[in-house]
Design a protein. Sequence first.
Length: 340
Amino acid sequence: MRILLSQFRHPDDRLERETVGSDGELIVQSPSDGAWSMLSRDIRASIDGIIHSPPGSDVDGLPSEYPNARALVRAGVGYDGLDLEAWGRNGTAIFNVPDYGTSEVADHAIGLMLALTRGVITYNDAIRANTATGWTQGIAPAVRRLRDGVFGIVGLGRIGLATSIRARSFGMRIAFYDPYLPSGMEIAVGAQRCASLHELMAVSDVVSVHAPSSEETRGLVGHEALAHAKPGLILINTARGSIVDLDALHDALKARRIMAAALDVLPVEPADPTHPLIDAWRRGEEWISGRLVLTPHAAFYSPSSVIDMRVKSVETVLRHLRSGDLSNCVNREFLVRHTA
C-alpha cells in the first residue's frame, strides 16, 4: 500500500516509516523553494492512503485525482479545511486524530486562566522593566480568587471535559453550553447545563471555548454573546480562531464589558499586526495592559503529543486499509451515500 504524507512539515519521516514497517511505502510531499512539491497524476492515482498535515487546508488536487485513496487522515483534531462531501463521493473515508493532545490543550487552557487570574505575565513584565518599582502586587487587573467561581465551557467534548476536571480541582463550579450532548449529561458530570450561550456568558466568571470550527460556530462568540457577559468575565480560546469575533472582542475589552482574554488561536495566523486589538496589545496601550495574553497556536504542543499525533495518524490509515475500520471517521454520512 502507498501512503502519501501530504504537505509534510516534520524534519524527517522516521516515525512514520517505523510505524508503517514493511507493510507500505511512504510518498513524502515536502517543501521545495518555499512551496510544496507537486505530485504527478500517476503518483496521485497510485495512493491508497493520505496523511495531511496542515490545518485549515485540503490536499493538493481534486479527490477524483486520487481514485484509489480509501483513507485520508487529518493529522490533528480540526478538519475544517477538508471537503468532506467531495472525498466521500470519491469513496475516501476522512479521519481525524482527536485524542493526541487532549491533556496538553486542557493544561494550556488552565495555564492561560492562571496567567491572568494570578497576574503571572504582568508581574514578570513589571519586574523586568524595573526591579524596584515593579516589585508590587496590585498591578494585575484580572487577579481574583478562583475558588467558588464558575468555569464555563463552550463544547463539553473530550478536551472540554478534561479542562473541566482541572478547573474543578481549583474549587470552581462547572457550567457548560453544548446543544449536541444528550439530556442527562449534566447529571453525569455534575455540572450546570446552560440552554444558550448567552446564559453561559451571564453565569460564568471564566469561559473557555472548546468547540469545533464550522459554519455554525464561526463568530459564535461575537458582539451579542459578549454583551451578555457577567462583569469581570475572562474569555479563553484554545479551539479555533474563527469562533471568536476579534472585532467584537476588541470592543468588549475596550468598553470593559469583559475583563480579559487569552487566545491561543486567531482568525488570521500568524497574528495580523494591523488589527486594532493586536495593534493595541503590541504597542502596550494602557487600556489593554495585563488584559490580553496571546500564544502561537501552541496549546496542542509538546514533544510527546507530536509523537502521538504522527504515530496515531499512520495507525489510523493502516487500520482502515486493512480492515475498513471507521473509528474517528468524520465523513461517514457521505460515504454511506456514495456506497448507496
